[in-house]
Each structure stands twice: as C-alpha cells, then as structure tokens.
Design a binder for this molecule. Sequence first.
Ligand SMILES: C[S@@+](CC[C@H](N)C(=O)[O-])C[C@H]1O[C@@H](n2cnc3c(N)ncnc32)[C@H](O)[C@@H]1O
Length: 209
Amino acid sequence: MTLAESWDQYAVGSKPRRATNTKGETSWLNWTQYPDHGPDESVLGPVAGRAVLELGSGSGNNLAHLVMLGAAGVGVDVAPAREGRAREQWGHLSGLEFRTAEATAFLRVTSRSFDVVLSIFGAVWFVDPLTLLPLIRSRMTTGGILAFSHLPPGSQAPRPGKAGMRHDHTPEEWSRMLENHGFGNVSATVLPPPEGQSAGTMLVTSVAV
Ligand SMILES: C[S@@+](CC[C@H](N)C(=O)[O-])C[C@H]1O[C@@H](n2cnc3c(N)ncnc32)[C@H](O)[C@@H]1O
C-alpha cells in the first residue's frame, strides 16, 4: 500500500469536525487532540495578508479559519480523499487552495514562499525532521512563523499514523533541531490535557531567522 493509500484509509475512519464549537463559532483553529482546548490561532501572530502553508491539512478546517481571518492559504495533504472533502466544505472561500501532495515533494517543487507554516498532528509529525526542516525553511520568509503540534513522546493515548512512522521528539530535541536548521525563538512545550485525560499536546513555535 502506498503512503497516499494508507492515509486515504485513515481519512475514511476520521470523524468530521462539529459544525460549531462551544462558543457557537463555525470556524476555529485547534492545536490539540481535544475539542475546545488549548490556544487558538493567536499562536501564529496576525495572519491577515500572510501566505500560509499547512502541511497535512486534513479536511482543511484549521486552514479555512485562517483564510477567513484574511490569510492566503495552501493546504497540502498526501491523501487524495482529503482534498475532495476539504474542497467540498471550503472550496467556496477565495484565497484557499488544497493540493494532494506529499509534503517534501511539494516543498521541493514549489517556487512560492510562505510567511506562516503550520502542521497540526500533520506532516511534521510523520516526516524525518532532518529532511523536512531544511525544506520548510527554504520556502519561508525570514521572520516567518513555523508552528506545529503532535502527541508528546511516551504518550499512551491512541495515536494516528499506522500509515506513517511518527517522529516524536522532546522539547529539547525540537529546540536543537530547529536551531540547527535556520529557526530561532523556539518555544516547545507540552500543553497539559483537560481534566480526566492523560495525554498532553506538544506545541512548538519558532521563527525563521
Ligand atoms: C492525524 S491527521 C491530522 C489532519 C489535520 N491536520 C487535523 O488536525 O485534523 C494527519 C494528516 O497528515 C497527512 N500526512 C501525513 N503524512 C504526510 C506527508 N508526508 N505529506 C503530506 N501530508 C501528510 C495525512 O494524510 C493526514 O491528513
């Protein structure tokens, strides 16, 4: 089975996001595996007028939210089914594109540059950072923000990714790798889970220097 086929199979089993969150909003950004939990898009700074790339954009909900705030968004996902679903729901938004592509393949061929790159339990978790980080940096503007989330190493919670090998790293490991690949101002922390849950969320932000 190819990587795209495996992730397509995973997509079939993933539930669509609720139509509204607890605040009654129809679009929002969620960094964690829990609904209505953790910080919002402010982690990225102001996004209006920014070129934003999401790696492993899934059904596109998080990216669509940023586009509604004025960003120009490109969502890249290796699973063809994801592009179809994302377009169905968000295809009416101008300034939002979805592409079926493997993240490193996309970054190798695109000539575009991005002010913000994000990945929420997405490709940054599933591609060797020593390959991916230099490619991301090469397509980012200096001063741009790279932010991503994934489960912390050692977490016992059910994990996605039978389709791909996960690259779980500690905050110290992320800091070192990012600093070695053209990023600074790294913040890598494990967000505590909501009450009654055991697994936190690794949230990493950094600035392209
Ligand atoms: C666990 S899902 C998360 C999806 C979405 N970010 C979310 O929060 O709902 C991981 C996503 O990353 C995509 N993905 C995994 N490896 C990838 C790669 N190397 N390149 C592009 N997309 C990838 C999968 O197809 C899947 O849609």
